[in-house]
Design a protein around this ligand. Structure first.
Ligand SMILES: [Zn+2]
Ligand SMILES: [Zn+2]
Length: 283
């Protein structure tokens, strides 16, 4: 049986491969089922689905919505969404506006910190993609202010760093509610990043479950074996689905490959059946 990967990005958000290139790479990697989950947009889905049909890769229509839990950003994945649902487009326009409004302010802050960058050069380098912090990070690398993207995040762009500007984001209830309204399965992405929260993870899960969350991405590229086991057992205890994915971004996350993550990612394909059953029941 082939591999599955339930978390990936394209140039529709902050990935470096077009949807077609992503699907072809997934095929080469032996991925038979791929969820395309761009940040706050579904604009890459039609091309991904068409290429999936040509290449023989099943594409699960997905999305990854950022929200704010207290003051911390969390990401909620949505699977088997209906991209044509009329509730979706107006919500996404609002989310993208908040993303676009933030980027020039980050660049302004960086200039105050002595980094001579312009928003125009970042937009140009991003091409048709939605500008995100990785593009700003790459500009800092090009200008020689940092050695690589991860140093750009550590020194300037990460939550709590000097050029961090919070976004106006939906609440977890709004993000989860939207995904459910458009027929999707809401899943907490990369739970390891919730370690910044003051609350125990079990408590966060219980709260999100109360808001309609249905699963946890227990299997993730940067999770250790122990972390995976822990998130799996918490999912089980709370009656939540387990999902898994690489969070492939292409060049913006070097050394991380679709399907295999940093080399030893393996998402069992038997996770799909309960997801399909739940999605079918929600239609
Ligand atoms: Zn994410
Ligand atoms: Zn992601």
């Amino acid at each position: 049986m082939g591999r599955i990967d339930l978390h990936s990005h394209t140039t529709a958000s902050d990935g470096s491969l077009t949807p077609e290139e992503l699907v072809r790479l997934a095929k080469q990697q032996g991925v038979v089922t791929l969820a395309v989950t761009d940040h706050d947009t579904i604009s890459g889905l039609p091309q991904a689905i068409a290429e999936g049909e040509r290449a023989g890769v099943e594409i699960i229509p997905g999305i990854e919505i950022s929200c704010l839990y207290g003051t911390t950003e969390l990401h909620i994945l949505g699977y088997f969404i209906n991209p044509d649902d009329p509730h979706l487009a107006p919500a996404l326009i609002t989310y993208q506006a908040s993303r676009e409004e933030r980027n020039p302010r980050i660049v302004e802050r960086l200039r105050e910190l002595g980094c001579e960058l312009t928003y125009a050069e970042i937009k140009e380098a991003a091409g048709s993609a939605t500008v995100g912090r990785p593009h700003i990070a790459q500009a800092l690398v090009r200008r020689g202010y940092v050695n690589n993207v991860s140093e750009a995040f550590d020194r300037y762009l990460a939550d709590g760093a000097p050029a961090y500007i919070p976004r106006l984001l939906p609440s977890p209830g709004e993000a989860i509610g939207l995904i459910r309204k458009i027929g999707g399965i809401p899943v907490l992405a990369h739970p390891v990043y919730t370690s910044r929260l003051q609350e125990p993870f079990e408590q966060v899960c219980a709260t999100l479950k109360g808001l309609g969350l249905l699963g946890i991405e227990a299997i993730y590229s940067s999770h250790s074996r122990q972390q995976t086991d822990r998130y799996r057992s918490i999912s089980k205890n709370q009656g939540l689905l387990v999902t898994g994915g690489s969070d492939f971004h292409g060049e913006t996350k070097p050394n991380l490959l679709v399907g295999t993550g940093y080399g030893n990612l393996s998402v069992p394909s038997d996770l799909l059946e309960p997801m399909r059953a739940l999605a079918a029941g929600r239609r």
